[in-house]
Ligand binder design. Sequence first.
Ligand SMILES: Cc1cc2nc3c(=O)[nH]c(=O)nc-3n(C[C@H](O)[C@H](O)[C@H](O)COP(=O)(O)OP(=O)(O)OC[C@H]3O[C@@H](n4cnc5c(N)ncnc54)[C@H](O)[C@@H]3O)c2cc1C
Length: 416
Amino acid sequence: MKDVIIIGGGIGGLTLALTLHRAGIDCRIYELAPEIKGLGLGINVLPHATKELAALGLEDALARVAVTTREALFYNRYGQLVYSEPCGRHAGYDTPQFSIHRGDLQTVLLEACRARLGADRIVTGWRCARAEQDGAGVTAHFTAAATGEALPPQHGSVVVSCDGIHSVLRKQFYPDEGDPIYSGVNMWRGATWWKPFLTGASFVRAGWLASGKMIIYPIRNQRDAQGRQLVSWVGEFYTPKYKLRDWNRAGELKDFIHVFEDWKFDWLDVPGMIRGAENILEYPMVDQEPLPRWSHGRITLLGDAAHPMVPRGSNGAGQAILDAIALADCLKHHADPVEALKQYEARRLEATANIVRMNRKNPPDAILREVYLRTGDKPFKDISDVISREELAALTHGYAQVAGYDKESLAAKVRA
Ligand SMILES: Cc1cc2nc3c(=O)[nH]c(=O)nc-3n(C[C@H](O)[C@H](O)[C@H](O)COP(=O)(O)OP(=O)(O)OC[C@H]3O[C@@H](n4cnc5c(N)ncnc54)[C@H](O)[C@@H]3O)c2cc1C
């Protein structure tokens, strides 16, 4: 019998619980938050991951809350269109791209877990402190998140650390690794109720990090009484100033609004939208060097705990979902849990390490870097004088291949 202890009830941990349940494997989630409340702001889930969520029977529930993304657009900081391409089913994929509030995605996964596994399988307010193992099994140690009191140790055959970028078990195996590595880019994020812009389902990246870049997209299907959508936005630029990543750290308008003050386009009033946000969060853009190993006997890492990446390719949540699918599959097909965790690592470690590296150098927004460099950050008359459409398409396609969501890779996966 395999009973899996999942540390962390974020996107990766909840997806893993659903896939293990589908494979007939017992599991329990231990989450440090007193309640899984659906925090965060916008994220995008691309077709390689929505395919897996659809196979878990979640596509309709997600489509009810998310925006089904129609198109990705790239602009310079003068609001001039550089490049656009369709997304998800609009681009011929079998499944959609969703632009979604992280909290809504987490809530859809949580509700499915409660319905399928039972609410008692999700334990909250438990902070994992460490895990140890012997030939017979593994023991995870916990303290009460609220009081710090020791809680009863939990025994299982496998522990999966899905506890995000500040993972305790990653630290246990790599105590000298140090804090996440700052990329030189700081981010200010928020969500604003705003009238629909462009198609009402457009995912926009504009400007470049040297003089200010924005990422803007609506994240909720439901509109308010005035027909407005909840629009998630991120303003980001190079700066040596940053604070350690905390998903809930408040940001201040005065630290970044000056960069975007004149971004008033015929399709969107960017500073107006920023000022309309109820609150602002600040995160540094960080990642970690890829690890040589995730699996240590009966303990392994998954999602951000395994491969934190800078958020420049809409792949953080997607790769956690793909890890979960691979791990459940390995546990189902290998009676020996140690062997299963080795196989999981072989399937996922190098694949995700390539994305970590690609996100640093050539994520899809490399398009904007090219245009910035070739125009000297000036407006252009005609984009085809600056860069050809083929070159632009090659940049986004190259990333899709590395991240595994180009149509050829997905078709090959189905054939396999
Ligand atoms: C509060 C929050 C807000 C976020 N907001 C955004 C966002 O707006 N946009 C974005 O792109 N990404 C956001 N992320 C990160 C995003 O969810 C991940 O990058 C991605 O989905 C991979 O998911 P994950 O499951 O690996 O990690 P996460 O989704 O980060 O989940 C990790 C989970 O582990 C829990 N945990 C941590 N330590 C312990 C411990 N010692 N014991 C037990 N449980 C523990 C955390 O509370 C969390 O629920 C956020 C993460 C969090 C936790």
